[in-house]
Design a protein around this ligand. Structure first.
Ligand code: FES
Length: 359
């Protein structure tokens, strides 16, 4: 079930249905970040999430409704939790850091997105994670999942921050470090560790040395990174220059998947959608985030398999190769859609680029 709202131009725009959730706890992580737990009540099964997925909160900011999205970071069986760093110009981050209180009821769109390919769990891997600042939030769920998914996965996290005071989720990382299969290497800009490799700004030379030190040639690897743009460029650049190039899956936690029609803070959002169909790949550019993937294909003259257009027949099922989509409905009617797959008639693009494969 979805709802519509008037855009400033007067036409109707799609707005996803939200679930009312009660805030159960607000805990300060650092002077600039908080941990917020919330309870979806009977809708809790809809908040089971895959590594790297995020939820979107519908908040009233500056007298206008806005969507702001954050990664879920909770343990699988625990209440949904997000960690939010207060950033300049961040209306949502100010709301969570300064205003939200236990007992408040907030409106939340259930988890969406795809980051971790479950094929990784078919055999033991070395999972390499590169995070900077609040870029840890999508990656901590990848680490937790990997450690639980197989007893022979190994996880290494290289985590850059300005100072020890800025390390988010330190407690959770310390707890995970009890596992001999998890290792975290902190790089601190203020030089607090006093050691050469872990002190000062992470640069090409340091990252190269870290890769030489931490990569495990005997294990297949899967690498993920999340942080500010400059950090991700650095990881890409250094990774590509390795003797065996390192390919990382990038996660930009800065992009918002949803824009409320009342929101004047965010620009209009659109996505490029890459569709592989019958072995041929085509890119549909500038797809409005208010269109389903099937509608976008129709408009682009791409004949996508579809029948019911209402989430029942599954003819429009596609593998989500990369990116985020946001789905329409409260719950699947009938058959479940396997993890990592989506129905194109029920999903709208939620990241700058979405890649789907229909075979
Ligand atoms: S067209 Fe039937 S489920 Fe999408």
């Amino acid at each position: 079930m979805t709802s519509k709202a008037q855009t400033l131009e007067g036409s109707e725009a799609w707005v996803p249905t939200t679930v009312p959730c009660t805030v159960r706890g607000v805990k300060r992580l650092t002077s600039k970040s908080v941990l917020v737990s919330f309870d979806p009540g009977p809708a809790r099964p809809r908040f089971r999430y895959a590594p790297g997925q995020r939820v979107s909160f519908c908040l009233k900011l500056n007298d206008a409704m806005c969507f702001r999205s954050y990664n879920l970071i909770n343990e699988v069986d625990a209440l949904p939790q997000i960690a939010v760093k207060h950033v300049a110009q961040g209306g949502g981050s100010a709301f969570f850091n300064e205003k939200v209180q236990t007992g408040d009821v907030i409106q939340v769109v259930p988890p969406a997105g795809h980051l971790y390919d479950l094929d990784i769990d078919h055999k033991a891997h070395h999972i390499l994670l590169f995070a900077a600042g609040s870029g840890i939030t999508p990656l901590i769920s990848v680490a937790r999942h990997a450690l639980k998914a197989r007893p022979d996965h190994k996880v290494t996290l290289i985590y850059a921050n300005s100072s020890p005071r800025d390390i988010m989720l330190q407690e959770a990382l310390d707890e995970m470090a009890h596992s001999r299969r998890f290792e975290v290497f902190h790089v601190l800009g203020d030089g607090a560790t006093g050691e050469d490799l872990s002190s000062g700004r992470l640069d090409r030379a340091k990252l190269h040395r870290l890769l030489v030190q931490y990569r495990i040639p005997s294990m297949p690897e899967a690498a993920f990174q999340s942080g500010p743009r400059g950090f991700m460029q650095l990881v890409d650049e250094v990774g590509q220059r390795q003797q065996v190039p390192l390919k990382t899956r990038r996660y930009s936690f800065m992009n918002q998947p949803l824009r409320h029609p009342e929101d004047t803070w965010l620009p209009e959002l659109s996505s490029d959608v890459m569709v592989t169909l019958n072995g041929a790949t085509r890119v549909i550019e500038n797809v409005s985030r208010h269109r389903t993937l099937l509608e976008a294909a129709d408009e682009a003259g791409l004949s996508m398999p579809a029948n019911c257009r209402s989430g029942i027949c599954h003819r429009c099922k596609a593998k989500l190769v990369s990116g985020f989509t946001v789905h329409n409905r409260q719950a699947a009617a009938g058959r479940r859609v396997p993890s990592g797959w989506i129905l194109c008639c029920q999903n709208r693009p939620g990241s700058d680029r979405v890649e789907i494969d229909m075979g």
